[in-house]
Design a protein around this ligand. Structure first.
Ligand code: SF4
Ligand code: SF4
Length: 424
């Protein structure tokens, strides 16, 4: 069993309002990068658009501090790609833009338009533009699952949102129910003290269903959650909506409610800062675009030199190459490991123990996939279901031979995508 290590579960989040500057990349979501819409020297208030969505499969980017645009620059993202970004020198005032107004939402179209304007993307890690998710068209949608199974070790940002944003979450749920008609709203959480307690409170307040699931990573993975909550299977290559469901992470739902109530777009984030190298683990409410170095410094820094810094948790997080990197919309945690914890042991030969298969939530035999690909047999890798891998890290975690199975699987999936599937 993966340890939960939720050391920040019962603390009070602290607001960090004084970054010297923020850097806002135009691509903090899945889809096309936004287009820079401000010039150097221009004054912006909190919530002003600094990047306009480039088409529907994109998302607006808003100023998260007030101040002057210092530079339009190239920003390297955690996946190694580069996009344009806007650097804003904060005036420390946090003045809200005078252009913000509460959206008028009385139809599904107006709701989708409001989500588009808000710049909200999936805050649980994926960064999928939220307006696309709710634009269901003619497809049958009967269940909204609010993903509150914050299953990865250390991360507690959603738990704090559940506790502190009751009104926002309730407002969003009521709006969705009034617009989409007869839908079933289910808040799905793991069985544990704090999150379960806050979710129970939200359900009592708004009158929706609570589904308490076993505390077992990766309970919060979208397809796993749908199956365990409503017993439906999402086929390979399909989306939750194809199974009649929309799954939104709890923080995303809270941001939707906040925007609908106040007109303030997505400009801030709750970020868990934890890991064995962090001196004072905390949950920080920060302007998006704050650098990792400023956040860590404000939190009290590290006990020792960091061996690895991740955007996200230890199972699915992405290692970042330096602390100048800005915190993106979909980053819910900064996990910092000491050199000792970050040390990667040497791997041995596979002993065919079957542990990787037994512990895979989607029943992939990673050892067999690896053997097939070693001899160039990608057809077998496909047949073994490698494309359904959700990159949860469980196989690597349990492998007694310490083989980097998840990394191998990610690479194989990438290679398969690059190939013409009809030719293998
Ligand atoms: S868990 Fe590791 S050692 Fe066991 S079968 Fe899988 S790859 Fe081989
Ligand atoms: S990372 Fe490993 S355990 Fe997780 S889904 Fe992929 S193959 Fe299965």
């Amino acid at each position: 069993m993966l340890p939960h290590l939720k050391t920040t579960e019962d603390i009070t989040p602290q607001s960090f309002n004084t970054p010297r500057e923020v850097t806002l990349p135009m691509k903090m979501h899945i889809g096309k990068a936004a287009t820079v819409s401000v010039g150097v020297g221009e004054y912006v208030g909190v919530g002003d658009i600094v990047g306009k969505a480039d088409g529907i499969f994109s998302a607006n980017v808003h100023a998260s501090v007030s101040g002057r645009v210092k530079e339009i620059l190239q920003v390297r993202l955690p996946d190694g790609s580069v996009c344009q970004g806007v650097e804003i020198l904060s005036d420390g005032e946090h003045r809200l833009s005078g252009k913000l107004k509460v959206p008028k939402v009385s139809t599904v179209r107006e709701f989708i338009d409001a989500l588009f304007a808000s710049g909200i993307v999936g805050l649980g890690g994926a960064g999928f533009p939220t307006h696309i998710k709710y634009d269901v068209g003619q497809r049958k949608f009967d269940t909204l699952i609010i993903n509150s199974a914050e299953c990865e070790p250390y991360i507690t940002s959603d738990t704090h949102m559940a506790r502190d944003c009751l009104e926002d979450v309730s407002f969003a749920i009521r709006t969705v129910c009034s617009l989409y008609g007869d839908i079933n709203v289910i808040i799905a959480c793991e069985k544990k003290n704090f999150m379960e307690r806050w979710c129970r409170e939200i359900c009592g307040h708004v009158g929706c269903t609570l589904k308490v699931l076993s505390t077992r990573y990766p309970q919060g993975a979208e397809k796993v959650l749908i199956y365990n909550t409503v017993g439906r299977t999402v086929p390979l290559g399909a989306l939750p909506i194809d199974a009649g469901c929309i799954v939104s992470n709890l923080s995303t739902v809270a941001e939707i409610g906040k925007y609908l109530r106040t007109g303030v777009p997505l400009v801030r984030k709750l970020v868990t800062v934890d890991g064995d190298a962090v001196l004072c683990p905390t949950v920080a409410d920060i302007p998006i675009g704050t650098s990792v170095s400023e956040l860590l410094e404000w939190c009290g820094g590290c006990k020792s030199k960091a061996g690895k810094i991740l955007f996200g948790g230890p199972m699915m997080g992405v290692a970042i190459e330096n602390t100048a990197m800005p915190i993106l919309k979909n980053v819910n945690a900064i996990t910092v490991f000491s050199k000792k914890s970050a040390y990667l042991p040497h791997s041995d030969m596979c002993i065919r123990c079957g542990s990787c298969l037994r512990n895979c939530p989607v029943s992939i035999d990673s050892a067999a996939v690896g053997r097939a690909v070693k001899i160039g047999d990608y057809r077998t890798a496909k047949r073994l279901g490698i494309e359904a891998c959700i990159e949860c890290g469980c196989c690597s975690f349990v492998c007694p031979a310490k083989i980097s199975l998840t990394e191998n699987n990610k690479r194989i999936k990438k290679e398969l995508r690059a190939m013409n599937s009809s030719s293998i």
